[in-house]
Design a protein around this ligand. Structure first.
Ligand code: NAP
Ligand code: MG
Length: 443
């Protein structure tokens, strides 16, 4: 913490162009050496479970976010000038100081990319706390990044959250907390931060609804897009599609299309090229998901566990595997509908009127993302505007369709504040108005 605090004044004093140049060099260093990328992706897959395609994607996303943050340099450098009686006022923004960045295990490098480059571009120094469930790949990557920047600008603290979490969040030198994780820990983090009146951004869970309208185009790769929307990273994505509402005229087609898409998946070791879905990351998350599936079964629901297993002995050998699963015509009171599953199971429900679909989508504690599937552009925007969510996709859903220039975050229990985009940088700053007599400050 002291190292980050000591490095702050010099880092904050650099121009946006100077910091941007360094961020671009970091982006190149972590993404361009393909041999090194492959080595890190393999380590990441071994520690996490997710398939190589996904760990490679996270590494490239992280690099891209460094470039994206650097690209905001010119816009960030522009102050707002108020030249009007009674005063000349320059409205500027300045960095806050040491930012604590807390990263969960599910998308550790991509989520680092939602906050680290932005905090640095804004002029803050950082202390990063990765999750003990996936600390190795982030730590290796952060070492590489830290080496390329002045000493003390990027720091990492690993260890069990119960021992070091509060010490980081509640530290008097921490001037901003950016947390991604669960609602319960987010609530706790907010309370600890309140002690020093430290502002927080919280990116918490989601229970994202998708609405397939009567006119949706379900040809081409539509079911692949729907599959990825929900099952990428074995469903362990905060803004994965987690509830699918389908117009009753298209329900059978969607159930059949999704069944085919799930059946073509190969579940197994993420290092093997034929594997399309790895295990869950940890025993706790596996239990959340299998409990939800068991509850649906116990209630006599239409539960379909699908997909091929590449190696039966491996699958049944104690790993955290779960085949991709559908719950068709799901009862709206099931846990898998009401709660965040964060795993490879998707409930699909029919609706008659769009207004009912919107009401069901909004009848939820979360408000992270959503998706509208329709051929009609006006309908898409009209429906999206009615959904309580911080981000809505049209005819897609999830990380592969996300525009990193758009602010991202949630309503309701999905959190406070926005990561990504220009706003994702300025959240790490505070406004500062500099005012003087007319004519004294602004030519
Ligand atoms: P979690 O248990 O809340 O943990 C999140 C992070 O907080 C981990 O690094 C954890 O460390 C750390 N932590 C725990 N207690 C802390 C404390 N007292 N002070 C500081 N840090 C503390 O969540 P998770 O199980 O890792 O992740 C799953 C949840 O995250 C899901 O609900 C998911 O929706 C949400 N999520 C949200 C987003 C989003 O952008 N909205 C993105 C991804 C995930 P340890 O792991 O070492 O305990
Ligand atoms: Mg759910």
């Amino acid at each position: 913490m002291q190292a980050a605090h000591a490095a702050f004044p010099a880092w904050a004093a650099l121009s946006y162009a100077e910091r941007g140049d360094m961020l671009r060099k970091v982006a190149a260093a972590i993404t361009r050496d393909m041999e090194e990328v492959e080595r890190r992706a393999a380590i990441f897959t071994r520690e996490h479970g997710k398939i190589l395609f996904e760990t490679r994607l996270e590494i490239s996303r992280l690099g891209h976010r460094f470039e994206q943050a650097a690209d905001y340099g010119d816009r960030l450098a522009r102050d707002e000038l108020l030249k009007a009686a009674p005063n000349d006022t320059i409205i500027t923004r300045q960095p806050r100081g040491v930012a604590a960045l807390v990263v969960p295990w599910n998308w550790p490098l991509a989520i680092l990319g939602a906050k680290l480059p932005q905090a640095l571009m804004a002029g803050n120094t950082v202390v990063v706390k990765p999750s003990a469930n996936s600390a190795l790949a982030p730590t290796m990557t952060l070492h590489r990044i830290a080496e390329m920047l002045p000493p003390g600008v990027v720091n990492i603290l690993t260890g069990s959250a119960s021992r070091i979490g509060d010490a980081i969040i509640g530290h008097p030198l921490v001037r901003y907390v950016n947390f991604t994780g669960s609602v319960d820990v987010g609530r706790h983090v907010m309370k600890v931060a309140a002690e020093n009146i430290t502002p927080v951004t919280l990116e918490l869970g989601g229970n994202d609804a998708g609405i397939v309208c009567h006119d949706a185009d379900l040809t081409g790769d539509a079911f692949q897009r729907l599959y990825r929307a929900s099952f990428m990273s074995t469903g362990q994505i905060c803004f994965a599609l987690k509830r699918l509402y389908v117009h009753k005229s298209r329900f059978d087609e969607v159930a059949e299309g999704m069944t085919t898409a799930l059946n073509s998946q190969v579940i197994g070791d993420g290092l093997l090229p034929e594997t399309t879905m790895g295990p869950l990351n940890n025993a706790k998350q596996l239990k959340v998901v299998t409990d939800m599936i068991a509850q649906a079964r116990a209630k006599g629901q239409d539960v379909q566990e699908l997909g091929q297993v590449s190696d039966e002995a491996l699958y049944t050998g104690g790993g955290y595997f779960q085949k991709p699963t559908l719950v068709l015509n799901a009862d709206p009171d099931l846990d898998v509908v009401r709660q965040e599953q964060f795993g490879p199971v998707l409930p699909i429900m029919a609706f008659e009127e769009e207004a009912d679909a919107i009401a069901m989508a909004n009848d939820d504690q979360f408000g992270l993302a959503s998706s509208i599937w329709t051929e009609d552009r006006d309908r898409a925007v009209l429906l999206a505007r009615q959904i309580e969510a911080g981000y809505s996709f049209v005819n897609a859903h999830g990380p592969s369709a996300q525009d990193g220039n758009g602010p991202f975050g949630g309503f309701k229990k999905s959190g406070i504040g926005r990561n990504f985009g220009y706003e994702g940088v300025t959240q790490f700053q505070g406004y500062h108005s500099i005012s003087g007599a007319p004519g004294s400050l602004i030519a």
